[in-house]
Ligand binder design. Structure first.
Ligand code: G1P
Ligand code: ZN
Length: 543
């Protein structure tokens, strides 16, 4: 077998976004498109000889083919060993776990997360480094630059190895190890959480419904919740990964996971509901007739972290992305630990976790995680809640309401305007950027603006500066309006409007969030003319 050097020409637009390169499958299917991007990554890494690479994805359409191409290219670039999930399947958190556990050089994750799959859907690829986390911007910028000048890529001419059976084979001078997709990850979960207590909870008749959304979480949930923890069969629904996720949007929010919400809000609802997304790094937590806001979930886990064996010694700090509600900051203050506000995207948590400055991290977009790996982690968050439910013997809604009573409630909602025209969306952001410069100290409705800016972040560890991370308008009472353009969409522009209002008075904690936030929404519209500019009278999705 030999190494082929294949002539190629650069593809425009191979710039990684919030989380890797995400494009329509049709774009990825162009000959050389994936190969060019992988070549750019390997060239940016430099000398790959003798190193170990992890490869896996969420099982969406093109996952298996892409895995084969990557393995053949890894052999051509001199990697000594590739660890591949069985059938090319590894959740994003599992890749992070496997990289760390096996001391790999890095890993390639094949996923477009919560974006739809199938031949007409999306595909994605990103590189994670030896800490198990998404490569920093410095690296992804270099990869993008490399994609612009490629003239050739290298690939083994051998046929891609079979990935069906667990075991090790030699492949063109490289060792290919097909690993159990779940085992390493499940072992780590067993170290962090009180599995015997959770098993006793299930044995006592506690009921749960986990919606795998036909995505990669299913195999992990079957193994951990049903086989290891003894939850009855049927606890996991939609648990078989499908290449097109059954035609659904594999995003665990009340809109996309409507089936689970119907179950949890119906008669005879189970005690606990949960879901994860395409690559199982996101989570949604649902009690009987109550969907827990992700920002609240982060705050609640932080406030109760010491119930879990892995966090018994307490937390070093809590980090949240800027648009995420400030509920977790209140917990950090009460615990006497630092809190950090980072730009959107998990990669910004990496340095804080590596430096031991933060233990828990979270994003409003249904992402929660900790220093156990360097990705957000859906199954982990669900296990944390199960551990909390087992330790307190209280239902989800009681835990949430007691939290609000102690810390106050941060009413919170995100309004997404998807696939709008790029030019008016960018014009709106530009106008807002100008406007916020003079907003501080002014009156907006019943609010007074304390601070308004285009969020910029200096990483406290490596001092890297990230600018233009979203328009933030913070009121003197802590209420906030945030505007951002999505960095993960694959069609036009997506405008995200985030609204947050703090309410200390427990007598006012049972309001409908959209009603509670209506005054802020009106101010946001008045400032931005979002709806008239985009020609939309309502958001595409409200979470
Ligand atoms: C979205 C979320 C963000 C998350 C990212 C990857 O990015 O808003 O919190 O980190 O997906 O899951 P966005 O499309 O807003 O750039
Ligand atoms: Zn995801």
């Amino acid at each position: 077998m030999s190494i082929l050097t294949v002539a190629t020409v650069p593809f425009a637009g191979q710039r990684p976004g919030t989380s890797g390169l995400r494009k329509k499958v049709t774009e990825f299917l162009q000959p050389g498109y994936l190969e060019n991007f992988v070549e750019a990554i390997f060239n940016t890494l430099g000398d790959c000889r003798g190193k170990t690479l992890v490869v896996g994805g969420d099982g969406r359409y093109f996952n298996r083919t892409a895995t084969g191409i990557i393995v053949r290219m890894a052999a051509a670039h001199g990697f000594a060993r590739v660890l591949v999930g069985q059938n090319g399947i590894l959740s994003t958190p599992a890749v992070s776990c496997v990289i760390r556990k096996h001391g790999a050089f890095g890993g390639l994750i094949l996923s477009a997360s919560h974006n739809p799959g199938g031949p007409d859907g999306d595909f994605g690829i990103k590189y994670n480094g030896d800490n198990g986390g998404p490569a920093p911007e410095k690296f992804t910028d270099a990869v993008y630059a490399a994609t612009g000048t490629l003239a050739q890529y290298r690939i083994s001419d051998a046929a891609a190895p079979a990935l069906d059976a667990i075991g090790s084979t030699q492949f063109d001078g490289m060792q290919v190890e097909v690993i159990d997709s779940v085992a390493d990850y499940a072992a780590l979960m067993g170290e962090l959480f009180d599995f015997p207590a959770i098993a006793r909870l299930f044995a006592s008749g506690f009921t749960m419904r986990y919606d795998g959304m036909h995505a990669v979480g299913g195999p992990y949930a079957h193994a951990i919740f049903e086989s290891m923890l003894g939850a009855p069969a049927g606890t996991v629904i939609n648990g078989t990964p499908l290449e097109d996720f059954g035609g659904h949007h594999p995003d665990p929010n009340p809109v996309s996971a409507a089936e689970l919400i119907d179950i949890m809000f119906g008669a005879d609802a189970p005690d606990f509901g949960a879901a994860s997304d395409g690559d199982a790094d996101r989570n949604m937590i649902v009690g009987r007739a109550l969907a827990v806001t992700p920002s609240d979930s982060l705050a609640i886990l932080a406030a109760n972290a010491t119930i879990a064996p892995g966090y018994r010694d307490g937390l070093r700090g809590i980090a949240r992305s800027m648009p995420t509600s400030t509920a977790a900051d209140r917990v950090a203050r009460a615990l006497g630990i630092p809190s950090y506000e980072t730009p959107t995207g998990w990669k910004y948590f990496g340095n804080l976790l590596d430096a031991g400055m933060a233990t828990l991290c979270g994003e409003e977009s249904y992402g929660t995680g900790s220093n156990h790996i360097r990705e957000k982690d859906g199954i982990w968050a669900i296990l944390f809640w199960l551990n909390l439910l087992a330790a307190t013997n209280k239902p989800v809604d009681t835990i949430v309401r007691e939290h609000w009573a102690r810390f106050g409630r941060n009413y919170y909602s995100r309004h997404d305007y998807e696939a709008v025209e790029v030019a008016p969306a960018e014009a709106m952001m530009a106008q807002l950027r100008e406007r916020v410069a003079t907003l501080a100290g002014t009156q907006l409705g019943s609010f007074t603006v304390a601070l308004a800016d285009d969020f910029a972040y200096t990483d406290p560890v490596d001092h890297a500066l990230a600018t233009g991370q979203g328009i933030r308008i913070v009121m003197t009472d802590g209420s906030r309006i945030v505007f951002r353009l999505s960095g993960t969409g694959t069609e036009g522009a997506t405008v995200r409007l985030y609204l947050e209002q703090y309410e200390a008075d427990p007598a006012r904690h049972e309001r409908d969030p959209q009603q509670a936030l209506a005054p802020l929404a009106a101010i946001a519209e008045q400032l931005s003319q979002l709806q008239s500019r985009t020609g939309r009278s309502t958001p595409t999705v409200i979470t």
